[in-house]
Ligand binder design. Structure first.
Ligand SMILES: O=C(O)c1ccccc1NCC(=O)[C@H](O)[C@H](O)COP(=O)(O)O
Length: 235
C-alpha cells in the first residue's frame, strides 16, 4: 500500500456527527481515533454551527483527530472551512475535478484528504476508474452507502454490498475506510468481509434522539477492535 500523508493510522475508528463537548468527551474516553464534523451538505442539516464546532475543537484539543465532512468543491472554500474549524483532515463527498484536488493539495499540503466512493449509485467499473484517477491526489477513501429514496450518500444508516467495498479495498492504492450502516452488531462481520483500514459510524451509535449513546459507542469500539485484531491474526 502506498504511504499515506493522512494523519490516519490503521486500523482506525471514526465516528461522525458530533454535536457538543459531552459527545467529544465520550468519544475520546471510548478511544475513538477520529471525529467527523459534517458541514455544508445538501441533504443533512448541520449538528452545530461552524463557529461552535471550531470552538469545540479548540477547547477539547482534538485538532489532530478532527475531520471535516463536506460537499464543498472549491479548493479555497474547503481550505477556508478546514482552517476555520481547525481540523487536520477533510472528507470530500462531492466529485471534484482533478485540477481542483491538486489545487487543494497545493493550498493546504498539511491537510489530510479522504474521498468518498458511493456504493449503490455508481457501478463497480466506474468506482474502479474513480479510484485510480483520484488516488494520486488523496490520502485515502471512504466507501459509503447511497440511499435512492432520499438521494443521501452519507449518514444513511444503511449498509451496502460489502463485496463491492472489498473489491475496492483490494484495488485501492490508498487506505479505505468502510462506512454505511455500521453498528456494534455488524462491524466485526463487516471488517472480516471487507478488510478495510478503518471503520466509520454515525447513526448506528446514536439513540432515538440523535445523540451519541455511550453503550452503543463503547460496544461499537469494542467490536471493531475485535474485528481488526482477528484480521491481524490472519495476515
Ligand atoms: O455524517 C453526515 O451527516 C453525513 C452527511 C452527508 C454525507 C456524509 C456524511 N457523513 C459521512 C460519514 O462519514 C458518516 O459517518 C457515514 O456516512 C456513515 O453514516 P451511517 O450510515 O449513519 O453510519
Amino acid at each position: 500500500m502506498a504511504a499515506s500523508r493522512l494523519p490516519f493510522h490503521a486500523p482506525c475508528i471514526q465516528i461522525a456527527g458530533i454535536r457538543d463537548e459531552q459527545e467529544v468527551r465520550l468519544l475520546l474516553e471510548a478511544e475513538v481515533d477520529y471525529l467527523g464534523f459534517p458541514f455544508r451538505l445538501p441533504v443533512h442539516a448541520p449538528d452545530l454551527s461552524e463557529a461552535s464546532a471550531a470552538e469545540l475543537i479548540r477547547k477539547t484539543g482534538i485538532h489532530a483527530r478532527a475531520v471535516c465532512i463536506t460537499y464543498e468543491t472549491t479548493p479555497e472554500a474547503i481550505v477556508g472551512l478546514c482552517h476555520t474549524l481547525g481540523v487536520a483532515a477533510v472528507q470530500l463527498h462531492a466529485p471534484m475535478p482533478l485540477g481542483a484536488l491538486q489545487e487543494l493539495r497545493r493550498l493546504a499540503p498539511e491537510l489530510g484528504i479522504l474521498h468518498s466512493l458511493v456504493i449503490g449509485r455508481d457501478p463497480l467499473d466506474q468506482l474502479a476508474q474513480q479510484l485510480q484517477r483520484l488516488a494520486p491526489f488523496v490520502d485515502g477513501f471512504l466507501t459509503d452507502t447511497f440511499d435512492p429514496t432520499t438521494g443521501a450518500s452519507g449518514a444513511t444508516g444503511y449498509i451496502h454490498d460489502w463485496q463491492t467495498s472489498a473489491a475496492i479495498v483490494r484495488a485501492a492504492p490508498r487506505p479505505v475506510i468502510l462506512a454505511g450502516g455500521l453498528t456494534a452488531d455488524n462491524v466485526a462481520a463487516a471488517i472480516a468481509a471487507v478488510r478495510p483500514a478503518g471503520v466509520d459510524a454515525h447513526t448506528g451509535v446514536e439513540d432515538h434522539a440523535g445523540r451519541k449513546d455511550p453503550d452503543r459507542v463503547q460496544a461499537f469500539v469494542r467490536e471493531a477492535r475485535k474485528g481488526f485484531a482477528l484480521l491481524k491474526t490472519q495476515d
